[in-house]
Unconditional design. Structure first.
Length: 406
């Protein structure tokens, strides 16, 4: 030991050093201290591997933790990069779709609008100038339903609200809206919800609108033709049946009278055979004009019942009022002075009328509106049997039957 570095090279009174033990050949870490009183050196030594064993174990754990963190960071980095690339791809796709959408919208003759959740216009295609008269720049940012007619506005608002709530994906509706120069026009809008690309939440509504005013006018004309007589222009039998049921229900509900006049052209077949079918058509047209003038109130309805028979519905009219209208019609036709050589004795075109009045509210529930037609028809038959060119009210039938029995 005396020849080792501890005794030969150490000059300090205390210190630490590493050496290869001459006794066991083990690499050791040592600490020594010289005594101040005695020629003694105190030496504490331990194998280097034993000293570093705990540190090495901790080092392994730390290396594992660091490698795990590096792996996690690498995984997160790869995930974030992939997400960024996916978002970039989606953004590019969205931009391409947006460009395609704008191209289609701006070239389309229909007006394309995009409505946000607040009900304002985010986008308006240039065709708005042709469809509603306002350029797209003036419409952007304005309420989408500002021009909708007040009658149809609640229905349109309800439909748009249901789309925003996700109750439906798409819908179609026709309504009137304001045109800058033409007043009110009819448009049809096909609507569909839009969703955000990331979350899929509804963020608005896209509407494609077109002008259907011409189509609506044609539909109204067809509906009018389906409910009117082509020769006379009066209501046809179908419209008469519908209106009579409506007025019957209203009279029963309100407790008001309802009157009916049945009109028949006297000896029309003879007139038609003698003067020809065209003259017969003109004859029916003249009678229709007289009836149309007599139906002065909005609720009154003049209709062609069939052949040379006509009918006049008079709501809220009692028997006296019905009789007055019937006499006005009869006198109005006679005042025209139309010649009918085969209609003796007047040799003029005349008509026979049968009138009936009923209070549906006071009648039994089993009584239907057909009973009013039967009563008027019986009165008309009585007018024909008693010389024609006259008005007979159904209330007079009992008086006539009593007179005949007498």
């Amino acid at each position: 030991m005396s020849g080792t570095a501890l005794f030969q090279g150490a000059r300090l009174p205390a210190g630490a050093y590493q050496f290869m033990s001459p006794l066991d050949g083990v690499d050791r870490l040592s600490f020594y201290r010289r005594s101040d009183r005695y020629p003694v050196v105190v030496l504490a030594t331990e194998a280097k591997d034993e000293v570093l064993a705990a540190w090495r174990e901790q080092l392994k754990i730390r290396i594992v933790i660091v490698l795990a963190l590096v792996a996690l960071i690498g995984f997160l980095g790869i995930y974030i990069v992939r997400q960024l690339l996916e978002r970039q791809r989606m953004a590019e796709t969205l931009a391409a779709k947006e460009a395609e959408f704008r191209l289609l919208a701006e070239e389309s003759s229909d007006m394309v609008t995009r409505i946000d959740l607040d009900g304002r216009l985010l986008y308006v295609s240039p065709s708005s100038a042709r469809l509603v008269g306002w350029p797209a720049e003036q419409l952007k940012g304005t309420p989408a339903l500002a021009g909708v007619n007040s009658e149809g506005l609640p229905q349109v608002e309800l439909l748009v609200a249901s789309l925003k709530r996700g109750e439906a994906e798409d819908a179609r509706i026709a309504y009137r809206t304001r045109h800058r120069e033409q007043g009110q026009i009819w448009i049809e809008s096909a609507m569909r919800v839009t969703r955000t690309a990331g979350t899929g939440e509804i963020d608005g509504v896209v509407a494609i609108s077109r002008d259907i005013s011409a189509q609506k006018l044609l539909e109204d004309k067809l509906a009018s033709l389906a409910r009117s007589d082509g020769l006379t222009g009066l209501a046809n039998r179908r419209q008469f049946d519908e209106r009579l049921r409506e007025e019957w229900a209203r009279a029963r509900r309100d407790g008001t009278p309802l009157s009916l006049l049945l009109i028949d052209v006297d000896h029309f077949k003879k007139y038609n055979d003698h003067y020809g079918h065209q003259a017969g058509d003109r004859c029916l047209h003249w009678v229709a004009n007289v009836l149309a003038e007599a139906a002065r109130r909005p609720a009154d309805l003049a209709a062609r019942y069939g052949g040379e028979e006509f009918v006049l519905v008079l709501p809220n009219t009692d028997a006296a009022g019905c009789g007055e209208v019937g006499e006005l019609i009869r006198a109005g036709l006679r005042s025209l002075g139309l010649v009918h050589a085969l209609n003796d004795p007047s040799r003029q075109l005349t008509i026979s009328l049968g009138g009936a009045t009923i209070w549906p509210g006071a009648a039994p529930a089993s009584i239907e509106c057909s009973s009013l037609i039967e009563a008027a028809d019986q009165a008309l038959y009585a007018a024909k049997q008693n010389g024609r060119d006259r008005l007979v009210m159904s209330a007079q039938l009992m008086k006539l039957s009593k007179a005949i029995r007498a």
